[in-house]
Write a protein that binds this ligand. Structure first.
Ligand code: ZN
Length: 281
């Protein structure tokens, strides 16, 4: 995609040069060039020009993660992801809501219709205060049912957390580990994916999860059920958090495919892109 994007960038820069030099030219030359300029602009897909602008605003590391490819194909995939939002309740925040250390949610936000989780035929829970947004609740059931069919029983350790719960949790980890270490694993209130009701932690909540049969199964199959690893290894400077092999966010199957195909399978890059796309004119 970069090559094609570079080509349309060149067109854009040429248009600017034409505009700048036009002042010094005669009226008739100016008219001819203006007509030519209009013709060139009409042949450029306006969404490709928008794509170039949005990509230019992304971090160098995000841009680096995006492979060469056809911008039209990228845009078609993007629209499939944006359309998939109709599978989610519009009364709650978008499934692609950008939340991280610098993008927050209000202290009063609580998703509607949270469903309580308890031990069931598909998975176990290790707390009795767990709940998820309906979309995530049903998608978890499908994921865990498939895991169970493969001989793996998953245990859920954490799901939706209110602002106040997150505040107490963060304060607890600061007391235990100190501020610097707490910031690497625990979110400040208002900045946690857990407050969206679409994220969960599998047990055990530590690096050991990755080595368990459950961890291996989830890592291989989660995206087939719309679940995405939020904080992958080697991206602490991007996500703000160290590797958390146990923490997944539900974004839907279409977005998981998009993330894998165009964003090096890094959720943060994709969600930052969608956020920038929606804010761009
Ligand atoms: Zn978590």
């Amino acid at each position: 995609m970069k090559k094609s994007i570079k080509k349309s960038l060149l067109i854009f820069i040429s248009l600017l040069l034409i505009t700048f030099t036009a002042c010094a030219k005669s009226k008739s030359t100016e008219k001819k060039e203006a007509a030519k300029q209009e013709e060139t602009a009409a042949t450029v897909n306006p969404e490709i020009e928008k794509l170039n602008r949005v990509l230019l605003s992304m971090s160098p590391r995000c841009k680096e993660a995006i492979p060469n490819g056809d911008p039209e194909e990228f845009l078609a995939d993007l629209h499939k992801v944006l359309d998939s939002r109709s599978d989610f309740s519009s009364e709650d925040l978008s499934p692609f809501y950008l939340i991280d250390k610098t993008h927050t949610v209000s202290s009063s936000y609580e998703p509607k219709g949270l469903i309580h989780l308890e031990n069931c035929s598909a998975y176990n829970v290790n707390k009795n205060n767990l709940s998820l947004r309906p979309e995530a609740y049903h998608a978890l059931f499908e994921l865990a049912k498939a895991a169970k069919a493969s001989g793996v029983t998953l245990t859920i350790s954490s799901t939706y957390r209110s602002y106040d719960y997150q505040k107490n949790l963060f304060d607890y980890w600061v007391r235990v580990d100190g501020l610097e270490e707490a910031e690497r694993e625990s979110a400040r209130p208002g900045t946690s994916q857990h407050q969206l009701g679409m994220a969960l932690d599998f047990a055990p909540v530590d690096d050991a999860f990755d080595k368990t049969p459950g961890g291996k199964w989830v890592y291989a199959h989660a995206s087939d059920y719309g679940w995405s690893l939020s904080f992958p290894q080697g991206y602490e400077d991007v996500t703000g958090y160290r590797w958390e092999c146990w923490h997944f966010r539900y974004i839907g199957k279409e977005a998981c495919r998009f993330q894998k195909k165009w964003f090096g399978d890094v959720q943060q890059f994709m969600i930052e892109f969608i956020d920038a796309w929606e804010k761009a004119e």
